[in-house]
Design a protein around this ligand. Structure first.
Ligand SMILES: [Zn+2]
Length: 562
C-alpha cells in the first residue's frame, strides 16, 4: 500500500546517474518508487495521501553534519543577544529578561559577539556588573568558546580568585588579582554554565563529555527531553532530517533513545564520544561501548570528537605564526602532540571515526599528523576521519588532506565573507597572505577533498537555506579574498549525499532512490530558478523523516498541498 505520493515536483535526487525526477512514492519508512508523474500517480490507492507539488523543489532531507543539539535546544529558551554590537543594547534586553524571571539562577545571554568587549577600557566583569550587579549574569559567545561573567557569577562558580585549569582553558585574571570576567574555553566556563536553570546538563557533552553527576532526577530527565523535543521541532522546520552531533555523552544517547521508543524522535542523530585532553586514553573504551549499544537507524554513535584548538576571535586558535595584532601568542594547542597521536591511533584501531575541531593552520597540521600516525600504525582503511572548521590551512596540508582522504567539515556561514560575523580587520587575526587559504571551500573542493557543510548550531542559526545562500552567493571582500563560492548543486550535495556518506549512511539515506529511507524536504518554490542571493527567503514547505511528516503538510500549509 502506497502511503504518500508527491506529483509534479522538481525533484533533485542527488543521484549522479538519475539527477532529476517528477514524482515520488513513499510506503512505510521507505521510498517505494520515483520517476514520472503519470507512473507514480498510477500507484495511488484509496488511502494514499496525494500531494501536488505544483513545480516545487523536492530534495533529500537536509543533513546538518555539525551541530550541538542539546545546547541549541536550550538556547531557544535563554536570552538571545546575537548580532548586538553595543552593550547599551544588551543592557535593556537583559534588564527586561531578568525582571520577568526573578527566580532565574543565572541570567544567561547567548549568541554574544566578541565586538561587545572590543576597545573597552573597563574589564568585562565590571561592565556586566554595571548591568546586573546582584545576581549571577553571563554572556556565552556565539562560537561557544568564551563566556563573559559578572562578579556574582564568578563568585558562585568558585572562579573569582582564579582556579587551576586544564591545558587550553583560561580564567583571565585582572591586575587586581581577581578574575576579569573573561573565561576562555570549556574548562573555564563550565562551572558558570552549571549555574543555569538546566544545571549545565545541556553543555555537559561539550564541556567534559561526562554524564550528569549526581545523575539527573526523573523530573530533570523529563525537562531535558522536553527541551530536546523543542530543538528537534525547530530543526525539522528547517528541512533537516539528520544531525551529526558534535558533543556527546551516554546521557544524551539515553534521552534520544527514550524519545525514539516513545515515537517522538523526528530526526536522526549521530552522537560522538567526547575525549578531553586530560582524559586517560583508556576512556576511548567508552566510545566503543557507545558504538555497541547505540547503532540504530535513528540514534547511533561510533565517532570520537576532540578539540585541537580554540577560535581566532579569542586568539586561542593555534597558528603557525603569532597573531598579527597579538605578537606574544600563536594560540594554544589543547592536546600535546604525542598524546593526540596516540588517541588517534587507538580510536582508529578500534574502527572508530575521528572528528577534531581545528581552526588555525597549525591545529590542522597537528590533526593531520595524528591521522597520518594512525594510518602508519593501523594501515589504510575507509576511515572517513574529519576535520571541523579549517578556517586557515597551509598549502602543504591541502595536499596532505587529499593524500590521507580526510574530510573537510566546514560551515558556510562562519566564513569572513558570509555576511554574518563581521569580517576581521586586516592584520588582526589573519595576515593578508593567509586570507586566500582561509575558509577555502573552493580550493579544497577543487583538490578533490570531500567537503561537508553544516551550521555548528547554535553558533549560527540552524536554518539551512541561509547557509546555502552564503555558499553560493558570498560577500565580496576584495582582493585579498579569492572567490570561494560554490555552485548550487555542489552546495546541495554537501548538505545531503556527502553528509550521509560522511556518517557511513549512504546506503540508507542522503539521496532519493527506491529502497532508501523516505527522508525528504519540499521547498516552497523552485530552487533552480530562485535568485542565489535570496535563497534564505525560500521557505520550507514540508519535511518528511523516516516516512513521517515532521513539518508542514495539513495544518501548517492550510491544506494547500492536498
Ligand atoms: Zn561545534
Amino acid at each position: 500500500m502506497t502511503d504518500l505520493i508527491i506529483l509534479n515536483a522538481h525533484i533533485l535526487t542527488m543521484v549522479p546517474d538519475h539527477p532529476r525526477a517528477e514524482a515520488i512514492a513513499i510506503t512505510g519508512q521507505r521510498i517505494s518508487a520515483i520517476g514520472k508523474t503519470a507512473d507514480i500517480q498510477a500507484l495511488a490507492q484509496a488511502q494514499t495521501k496525494v500531494i501536488d507539488a505544483n513545480g516545487r523543489t523536492v530534495l533529500p532531507g537536509f543533513i546538518d553534519s555539525h551541530v550541538h543539539l542539546f545546547q541549541g535546544s536550550a538556547e531557544l529558551d535563554f536570552l538571545p543577544v546575537g548580532g548586538l554590537m553595543d552593550l547599551a543594547e544588551v543592557r535593556q534586553k537583559v534588564l527586561d529578561y531578568a525582571n520577568a524571571r526573578p527566580e532565574e539562577p543565572l541570567i544567561l545571554g547567548v549568541g554574544a559577539f566578541y565586538d561587545l568587549f572590543v576597545g573597552q577600557d573597563t574589564s568585562p566583569c565590571r561592565l556586566l556588573d554595571s548591568i546586573l550587579p546582584d545576581q549571577p549574569f553571563a554572556l556565552l559567545a556565539a562560537d561557544l568558546h568564551t563566556v563573559w561573567a559578572n562578579t556574582s557569577a564568578l563568585r558562585a562558580a568558585g572562579l573569582l580568585h582564579g582556579a587551576d585549569m586544564p591545558e587550553g582553558s583560561t580564567v583571565v585574571m585582572g591586575d587586581d588579582g581577581l578574575a576579569n570576567g573573561v573565561l576562555l574555553e570549556t574548562g573555564a566556563f563550565g562551572p558558570v554554565l552549571a549555574l543555569s536553570r538546566t544545571g549545565g546538563r545541556d553543555m555537559l557533552g561539550y564541556v567534559t563529555g561526562d554524564d550528569p553527576d549526581p545523575a539527573a532526577t526523573a523530573a530533570e530527565r523529563e525537562a531535558d527531553k522536553a527541551l530536546l523535543l523543542k530543538g528537534i521541532d525547530h530543526v525539522a522546520a528547517h528541512g533537516i532530517t539528520t544531525l551529526h552531533n558534535m558533543d556527546g555523552n551516554f546521557y544524551q544517547l539515553e534521552l534520544l533513545s527514550e524519545l525514539e521508543a516513545e515515537g517522538q524522535l523526528n530526526v536522526r542523530v549521530q552522537v560522538p564520544m567526547h575525549l578531553k585532553n586530560y582524559d586517560p586514553l583508556e576512556r576511548l573504551q567508552e566510545a566503543a561501548e557507545m558504538h555497541e549499544q547505540y547503532n540504530g537507524d535513528k540514534v547511533w554513535s561510533g565517532r570520537v570528537k576532540m578539540f585541537m584548538d580554540g577560535v581566532l576571535e579569542s586568539r586561542t586558535a593555534l597558528k603557525s605564526r603569532a597573531y598579527p595584532d597579538t605578537p606574544d601568542t600563536q594560540g594554544e594547542a589543547v592536546f600535546d602532540p604525542d598524546h593526540f597521536n596516540e588517541a588517534c591511533r587507538i580510536a582508529d584501531a578500534m574502527g572508530l571515526q575521528i572528528s577534531v575541531h581545528a581552526v588555525g593552520d597549525l591545529a590542522v597540521s597537528r590533526v593531520l599528523d595524528g591521522y597520518e600516525y594512525a594510518r602508519k600504525h593501523n594501515g589504510k582503511r575507509d576511515a572517513r576521519h574529519r576535520i571541523e572548521h579549517i578556517e586557515v590551512i597551509s598549502e602543504a596540508d591541502i595536499d596532505r588532506m587529499k593524500a590521507l582522504n580526510v574530510v573537510a567539515s566546514m560551515q558556510p556561514r562562519h566564513a569572513a565573507f558570509a555576511g554574518f560575523f563581521e569580517p576581521p580587520q586586516p592584520n588582526t587575526v589573519l595576515y593578508d597572505d593567509e586570507c586566500a587559504r582561509s575558509y577555502a571551500w573552493r580550493t579544497l573542493r577543487d583538490q578533490g577533498i570531500p567537503l561537508a557543510f553544516s551550521t555548528d548550531w547554535p553558533v549560527v542559526p540552524v536554518d539551512v537555506m541561509t547557509n546555502i545562500q552564503c555558499a553560493v552567493a558570498p560577500v565580496d571582500l576584495g582582493l585579498n579574498w579569492p572567490d570561494q563560492s560554490q555552485t548550487l548543486m555542489e552546495t546541495l550535495d554537501s548538505y545531503t549525499a556527502v553528509n550521509a556518506w560522511l556518517a557511513f549512511r549512504e546506503k540508507h539515506h542522503g539521496c532519493l532512490k527506491t529502497g532508501l529511507a523516505a527522508d525528504l524536504v519540499m521547498l516552497d518554490g523552485n530552487i533552480a530558478t530562485h535568485a542565489p542571493n535570496d535563497l534564505s527567503k525560500l521557505p520550507i514547505a514540508l519535511t518528511i523523516c523516516d516516512g513521517a511528516i515532521t513539518y508542514g503538510g495539513d495544518e501548517a500549509s492550510g491544506g494547500i498541498y492536498w
